[in-house]
Design a binder for this molecule. Sequence first.
Ligand code: AMP
Length: 199
Amino acid sequence: MTRLLIVGPPGAGKGTQSARLTEAYRIPAIATGDIFRANIKNQTDLGKQVKAIIDAGDFVPDSLTNDLVASRLQEPDAREGFLLDGYPRTLDQLHFLDAILAADGAALDAVIQLVVDVDEVVSRLLKRAHQEGRSDDTEETIRHRQSLYQRETAPLIAVYGERGLVIEIDALGQVDDVSSRIAEALAARGIALPDTAAR
Ligand code: AMP
């Protein structure tokens, strides 16, 4: 049972690395951004509530985000471990997550911090905007999301750091190299890949 969080500025490669981690550790990724985008695509009530907020690069209110995560964590697959991506993003969300995990006597095992150069990240995001046509990827919203990250989300790293949970990973370079660095760092903390015999 492995409970992980991956954190880093928008464009650091969290989605890419989390896809690999979920496969390797056989845990579901819980990516709030993906859940919101799916709701927008399917034009659900939630999707309609959050579309303008997400397009502007602002944070969806904690009241909506926390409930979403609380119910997702109750699903059977997540009870066997999970990888959170994009949540928590504020200190209030961090405390909320602490409370829902503690209610089950659980806690995070490690926080993977992807460390990148901000200029590098902005150019990656502009490239992705052209490729994927994400409506929240204009240069203005990209810069806005970076500054929100620095102001609201970066402080979470200090809190998790005090708990001894943070694994800093240099996230520049080839995707495979970054994946290997993560796998090695997790293994060094005793978070091993699942037993291959059980596959
Ligand atoms: P992401 O795919 O993680 O970059 O998320 C895309 C957008 O979804 C963000 O820019 C926010 O508008 C919204 N979002 C995702 N996760 C959260 C969260 N934990 N709290 C508030 N807003 C979020």
